[in-house]
Design a binder for this molecule. Structure first.
Ligand SMILES: [Zn+2]
Length: 430
């Protein structure tokens, strides 16, 4: 895109408003060095299209009061969809990451393709109708980046990765495009948690971090130098299938075909199985007081038992935290992150689990890379669909062409009197 084109200038101004708004016309003229009339024309067009709004006056500063401009965040939204082996999550978010709607429906792997697609389409139609008075910029699908042509249909992984189906690629996308009339895009699920946290969550502004999923599986999403890592074939960050024990100490066989995987011994089903076996052997635990009518071992029941100092739950939760910590410390040693973000329903086990986990990571990682922070995600159940929504917004704003703007905050630009238009040329080099 030529930098002197109207199109380039329009999106430059839109990205500056998105990143630095509320911002005045005067500031935009100063930053871009464009002619006031050109900036005025572009702003009028963006206002007419309801992409930006005027939000009152600047409260301080010299000269006459200035009308401030910002993104029309209450008007602009996108839909995110993600699939797991058990559920489909739908989410609608504003352009600033505020979640307006979220819903999870059961995913039934045995249902035929046509019926599954029909259910998804029905849900999306309902959502489009609910938000018909807003501007929906697109629909993002977080998919597991599985290309079925690379696998034989009898591949054993498919029985466990039931959500790795080719209809995501071939069939769902064009149908959603037809019913919505907006952009529909598939994004690699591997990157979605990191993108969601970096754009809207606890990793805002952080360049090097890892997200670790603690749920029915142990997942991971990596961001290096500000970029998500997907790997050569889109399957990077399989932390859950790194081996932490072998020989006689290894637990039972993992479904991936190996022994000793961290997921096999530390994900929630493993914890529940260990506790269940102990209960059946007659080990005393206050956990039974907290189990529901179906006698299920839930995260909430274990947490209640932990809070009472229950010895059996304390033992097993500490055991899985220690093992998991070893696996994560290996990732820390390899990647030297400044932040580790936890997401997934196991964070609801509470402080004892998270503290033991952090202790184990720090004990097992090299002291030279031990100065990382640990945080828990704010959107622990929705990171995949939120990441897909974030990518839709980026695509709409053509953020890829203006990445350099996002490296600067307001203070940088003001203090150093940086001209964004000058930076545009630098941006080519960045
Ligand atoms: Zn495995």
């Amino acid at each position: 895109m030529p930098q002197d084109s109207y199109h380039y200038r329009r999106y430059l101004i839109l990205n500056i408003i998105n990143h630095l708004g509320p911002i005045s016309r005067t500031e935009l003229i100063t930053l871009t060095d464009y002619r006031p009339a050109n900036v005025g024309d572009i702003i009028k067009e963006l206002l007419d299209e309801k992409l930006i709004v005027e939000t009152g006056y600047a409260s301080s500063g010299p000269g006459r009061k200035r009308i401030m401009l910002e993104m029309n965040k209450e008007h602009l939204c996108a839909v995110g969809i993600s699939f797991s082996s058990q559920s489909v999550t739908y989410l609608v978010s504003q352009i600033d990451g505020k979640i307006l709607f979220q819903e999870a429906t059961d995913y039934e792997p045995d249902l035929c393709k046509e019926k599954t697609i029909a259910l998804v389409v029905e849900h999306v139609k309902k959502i489009l109708h609910m938000f018909c008075d807003r501007k929906i910029l697109g629909i993002g699908i977080s998919d597991p980046h599985y290309d079925p042509s690379n696998y034989k249909s009898i591949h054993t992984l498919l029985t466990n990765y039931t959500h790795f189906n080719d209809w995501l690629y071939k069939d769902l996308k064009p149908i959603l495009e037809e019913i919505s009339g907006v952009q529909v895009a598939n994004y690699s699920g591997v990157a979605m948690p990191a993108i969601a946290e970096q754009r809207f969550g606890v990793a805002k502004g952080v360049q090097d971090f890892i997200c670790v999923e603690l749920s029915n599986g142990i997942g991971c999403s990596i961001c290096c130098n500000g970029m998500p890592v997907v790997g050569a074939s889109g399957r990077a960050a399989e932390l859950g299938h790194t081996v932490i024990s072998f020989g006689e100490s290894a637990d039972s066989m993992c479904y991936c075909g190996k022994q000793g995987c961290v997921e096999e011994s530390t994900a929630f089903p493993a914890l529940a199985a260990k506790i269940s076996t102990a209960l059946k052997k007659g080990v005393f635990s206050s956990l039974i007081m907290h189990m529901n009518e179906q006698q299920e071992i839930t995260v909430q029941a274990i947490r209640s038992a932990l809070e009472e100092g229950d010895k059996m739950c304390t033992y097993y939760v500490k055991d899985i935290a220690e093992r998991l910590g070893v696996a994560i410390s290996n990732a820390v040693n390899l990647l030297n992150p400044e932040l580790i973000v936890f997401y997934g329903f196991m964070v609801e086990l509470g402080d004892f689990f998270l503290q033991q986990l952090e202790i184990s990571i720090r004990e097992n990682s090299l002291s030279l890379v031990n100065d990382f922070e640990v945080r828990v995600s704010d959107s622990t159940e929705t990171v995949y669909s939120l990441g897909a929504v974030a990518e839709i917004f980026s695509s709409y704003l053509m953020q890829e062409n203006y990445k350099w703007i996002y490296q600067f905050d307001r203070n940088d630009l003001e203090e150093k009197s940086i001209k964004v238009n000058g930076l545009a040329e630098m941006g080519e080099l960045l």
